[in-house]
Design a protein around this ligand. Structure first.
Ligand code: ZN
Length: 193
């Protein structure tokens, strides 16, 4: 019991008391339910990795979005995190491809350009398939700095670079923002040239 409580306690947002509550809940639940939960955790870890093209989560070499022939390769939306991909997908308003950076530049936290998938993005642009790059990093100081950094490197390689409209409230992250606000921020994007 103690081993499970301390494992649950290591998860984000799960404090000691919540961990205990979850452990007791699992103790009183059906054995099949507990087995299904532990199986999903293992299968998720064993089967899911990262897309070789966009760095989104993927089963296999490419993610479901990169594999989907109906997506428009002329637009690439650059986001920080795979959770941002989910947030954009939930709007149903974006039909292009993504590029997941794996974070945003932060001198304070030691996140330098080499730690993000920026080089891979520039390589990806070499094919010439993309005409528009939408920079959808978070509307924060670091998110803006990341967008500017990418714009400076990418502007010679792509026709149009846009930044999502800052209808998304300043400082918030995309995965806590509702679909309508995200859709509006996408529609309100502006050129960065
Ligand atoms: Zn992908």
């Amino acid at each position: 019991m103690e081993a499970l409580v301390s494992e649950l306690n290591r998860l984000p947002t799960i404090g000691r008391r919540s961990a205990e509550r979850l452990a007791f809940h699992l103790l009183s639940s059906d054995l099949e339910d507990a087995q299904a939960l532990s199986r999903s955790i293992l299968e998720m870890r064993e089967r899911i990795g990262f897309c070789q093209q966009c760095h989104n989560i993927a089963e296999g070499e490419l993610c479901a979005i990169c594999r989907d022939g109906r997506r428009d390769p002329s637009t690439i939306c650059v986001v920080e995190d795979p959770r941002d991909v989910l947030a954009f997908e939930e709007t149903g308003a974006f039909h292009g491809l993504y590029h997941v950076l794996g974070g945003r530049l932060s001198p304070v936290k030691g996140v330098t350009p080499e730690k993000l998938h920026i080089h891979e993005l520039l390589e990806r642009l070499k094919s010439g398939a993309a005409r528009e790059l939408i920079l959808a990093t978070s509307p924060s100081v670091d998110g803006d700095a990341t967008a500017l950094y990418i714009r400076n490197l990418a502007q010679a390689r792509v026709e149009l670079i846009t930044r999502i409209g800052l209808g998304v409230s300043v400082g918030s992250s995309l995965d806590t923002t509702d679909s309508i606000t995200i859709q509006r921020s996408l529609e309100g994007r502006r050129g960065m040239h």
